[in-house]
Design a protein around this ligand. Structure first.
Ligand SMILES: Cc1cc2nc3c(=O)[nH]c(=O)nc-3n(C[C@H](O)[C@H](O)[C@H](O)COP(=O)(O)OP(=O)(O)OC[C@H]3O[C@@H](n4cnc5c(N)ncnc54)[C@H](O)[C@@H]3O)c2cc1C
Length: 276
């Protein structure tokens, strides 16, 4: 039996056991690892595609310890295109991590949690939702607001009914522009924050999506009376090492890879490059 290599740069072999087509540009990959892997909701991993490199992703599956892991991936460029077009079930990729702090779940106890996602941003939030559902007895309410370009661009559609029926939980959806057969809300995700029926002083917000969305969600929340201390943003900007060594992901003194990627807006709001 070869000696186990304890090296932070050494990826754990991860066999692709299932690939789910979520939308024309987003797929969920299920992996079987050859040893148990532990992560907290919101922590991220580096996924290695042999011969092509690695990129950071936040698992979309249930946090905790398991030899299975899911990652939901948008085809955004060089590495993700290889994943989408060349990776098949049975292939072995690599995973190293977990990195970052993840969501401050303890802080949410006794409060409402407002989850605001856009596009593939619902993927990192799904691991948070699993944690919230598991601890729902300690929460007041879970309110999910999700925006996508069209119904065909919504991820995890097969779970919406189940989520809506979870105790103390409500789910609202919006699509950007009218679409045949869609009778729900139309507009960017911030429209779902209009007429928000929630006790604002007792609510924490977690949000993940494109940077432009995070910016407008944050400004809207502040207008509504949320304090910066109540807002947690998944700042998924470019990262490389995941260890705070390569200096590619900092906002002021914070390294998003080790201090985030979910950052309290109060900590970062005064630095110039928050929403680049
Ligand atoms: C902590 C963290 C968690 C993430 N979780 C997920 C996830 O769950 N699902 C998912 O689909 N993606 C996630 N991402 C984004 C993902 O890492 C990038 O889409 C991926 O690295 C793109 O690699 P690529 O080689 O395919 O694209 P590249 O060829 O490197 O880039 C394609 C284009 O996307 C831009 N780009 C690449 N990475 C980023 C980034 N991080 N932020 C802004 N623009 C970028 C490039 O500038 C370029 O314009 C996460 C990123 C971080 C940092």
């Amino acid at each position: 039996m070869p000696e186990k290599i304890e090296n932070i740069y050494y990826p754990l072999p991860a066999k692709v056991t299932n690939i789910i087509d979520e939308t024309p540009t987003i797929k969920t990959y299920r992996f079987k690892l050859n040893e148990p892997f532990t992560f907290r909701a919101g922590q991220f991993v580096q996924l290695t595609v042999p011969n092509y490199g690695e990129a950071p992703f936040t698992p979309s599956s249930k946090p905790g310890t398991s030899d299975e892991l899911e990652i939901t991936i948008l085809n955004a460029g060089r590495l993700t295109e290889i994943l989408h077009n060349k990776t098949i079930e049975g292939d072995t990729l690599g995973i190293r991590g977990p990195f970052g702090k993840g969501y401050p779940m303890d802080k949410f106890k006794g409060h409402n949690v407002l989850v605001v996602g856009g596009g593939v941003g619902l993927a990192p939030l799904r691991s948070g939702l699993y944690s919230l559902f598991e601890n729902v007895d300690e929460l007041k309410r879970i309110s999910i607001k999700y925006g996508a370009r069209s119904p065909n661009d919504q991820v995890f559609r097969y779970q919406y009914e189940e989520w809506s029926k979870m105790p103390k939980t409500d789910l609202s959806l919006a699509i950007d522009v009218p679409y045949p057969g869609w009778s729900g809300t139309v507009g960017v995700v911030t429209v779902l924050l209009d007429n928000l029926d929630i006790d604002i002083p007792n609510t924490y917000v977690v949000s993940c999506g494109p940077e432009i969305m995070l910016k407008f969600v944050t400004y809207k929340l502040l207008d509504l009376g949320f304090k910066p201390e109540q807002i947690y943003l998944s700042m998924n900007r470019r990262m490389s090492c995941g260890l705070g060594l390569c200096h590619r992901c900092n906002i002021g003194p914070y390294y998003l890879c080790k201090d985030g990627p979910d950052m309290c807006y109060a900590k970062i709001k005064d630095y110039p490059n928050v929403f680049s």
